[in-house]
Design a protein around this ligand. Structure first.
Ligand SMILES: [Zn+2]
Length: 209
């Protein structure tokens, strides 16, 4: 289904919300989004695979990445943020709200969104924080050297923290609201340790002059 998010302003407003989420919690101005003449660079891709084929894939990101690369989104120096208007799954995890995967050295961060009938009109509502979470994975968070690193857990792949249920990168069983950005500045953002991934130093982030 084409939700027209590329042309009706939805993606722009989600992207703006991602930027303010970062600005409000850190000295960072935001992510370095690609733009053309000052307008966010958004590409609409219609996948060749049918919805049935995609729903049969064990991991939704596989046919998704294949289709995006076929459409020429294959620059290994970029991270591609894909807003996907159908249900996502990863093996037994179904549905998932987001995923981050690499294919042939190209990084894709995806969020999924699926309409349902009432009483559950849809799920995966927080498209801004979910995408921020997936982009942070693409940037290398959370690294195993973090003091509150959560390794492989029962329901999530590795790459999360376990100390704060409200952390953007929390991966434990008591998931809260993804609103904190490494509050103690010790795991993945602003810790300043040279030998452990610190997203505050990422070239994908824009700093105030
Ligand atoms: Zn995650």
């Amino acid at each position: 289904m084409d939700e027209k998010w590329d042309i009706n302003g939805t993606i722009e407003s989600i992207a703006a919300s991602m930027q303010s989420c970062l600005r409000e919690r850190s000295p960072v101005e935001g992510l370095r989004f690609d733009s053309i003449d000052g307008v966010l660079d958004i590409t609409f891709v219609r996948l060749k695979a049918s919805l049935t084929q995609i729903s049969q894939a064990v991991v939704t990101s596989a046919p998704l990445m294949e289709g995006l690369m076929e459409a020429g989104l294959d620059d290994p120096k970029k991270i591609y943020a894909a807003w996907v208007p159908f249900a996502g799954r990863a093996g037994d995890l179904n549905p998932i709200c987001g995923s981050q995967s690499d294919r042939d050295g190209v990084k894709f961060s995806s969020t999924f969104f699926e309409r349902h009938d009432d009483p559950e009109p849809n799920h995966c509502l927080s498209q801004d924080t979910i995408m921020l979470h997936e982009v942070f994975h693409a940037l290398g968070a959370v690294s195993p050297c973090a003091p509150n690193y959560l390794g492989q857990s029962s329901n999530l792949p590795k790459g999360h923290v376990n100390d704060d249920p409200n952390d953007l990168m929390y991966g434990g069983d008591e998931l809260g609201v993804m609103i904190e950005l490494d509050k103690d500045r010790d795991d993945y953002f602003g810790h300043g340790l040279a030998n452990c991934t610190d997203l505050a130093d990422s070239p994908f982030l824009q700093h105030a002059d």
